[in-house]
Ligand binder design. Structure first.
Ligand code: 3PY
Length: 254
């Protein structure tokens, strides 16, 4: 096992990766060849099922980037399935309370840290090739847990949420936060930005790695400058759309 983003984040570097809305291992390979550090296979806002996600995880590993899976809900079964197919990290949306965060940590770790459902025959255990004791130990050490703070309630409960053991990255979802604050889609609205900055400051104050979602290189650097290290950059669909549009505009402008 080797987890690229875990290694890079622990060295204080920032990492950048897009959400994958398309269930395509080939696009995962392209993202890796293009230089991203990771991809987030999106099972919340995408149609991808676990069988497709497994092939996308394989593709990510093949090109040396980290496969992260965003599950559709804070459900122990979904979390364990995502990790069983070999994701380097599980990303869980809509965390609002300390209890929500504890549920994630418990579901993502084997004993003594948690209660992740255990099976040594899964892909993550190399189908029983790995020594069983070693697998459970390494899985606990080398898989990461990322939680979304993306509602007013989660932001207000951030101190309590930060006290939960076993959470590696606090990920702020600006779009969901904008909706929760009554300004849907206005991710640059002062109310949204102020709350995001508050969460970044508190999380950094507790030594936690922080992540957020951006849609431009300038946006990435704006948050990197504040110490945000886990940068999720747009999505495969938006990136492809923009590239196609730029090409046509350039051709038609001559
Ligand atoms: C959000 O912005 O709410 C996200 O979850 C990232 O797309």
């Amino acid at each position: 096992m080797s987890n690229r983003i875990q290694n890079e984040l622990s060295e204080g570097k920032y990492v950048v990766g897009p959400f994958m809305k398309l269930a395509s291992p080939a696009i995962v390979e392209i993202m890796g060849k293009a230089g991203f550090d990771y991809v987030i296979i999106d099972c919340e806002h995408g149609p991808t099922n676990m069988l497709q996600a497994e092939d996308m995880v394989r593709a990510a590993k093949l090109v040396g980037i980290s496969p992260v899976i965003r599950v559709s809900a804070n459900d122990p079964v979904m979390i364990s399935r995502a990790l069983d197919i070999g994701a380097d990290a599980v990303q869980v949306p809509q965390i609002s309370t300390k209890e929500d965060a504890e549920r994630v940590a418990k579901a993502a770790k084997f004993a003594p840290l948690g209660e992740r459902g255990s099976c040594p025959y899964v892909r993550a255990a190399e189908y029983s090739h790995l020594d069983k004791k070693e697998y459970f130990k390494k899985a606990n050490e080398e898989t990461m847990v990322i939680i979304h703070i993306e509602g007013e309630e989660g932001a207000k409960n951030i101190d309590e949420i930060l006290s939960v053991e076993g959470i590696d990255v606090i990920f702020i979802g600006p779009y969901d936060l904008s909706q929760s604050l009554g300004v849907p889609g206005e991710v640059d609205h002062p109310k949204v930005v102020e709350m995001m900055e508050m969460v970044v400051e508190k999380a950094k104050g507790k030594g936690k790695t922080v992540g957020t979602f951006v849609e431009s290189p300038e946006g990435a650097h704006r948050w990197i400058d504040l110490g945000v290290q886990y940068i999720s950059y747009a999505g495969d669909t938006g990136i492809i759309y923009q590239a196609c549009k730029d090409i046509m505009q350039q051709i038609q402008s001559v």
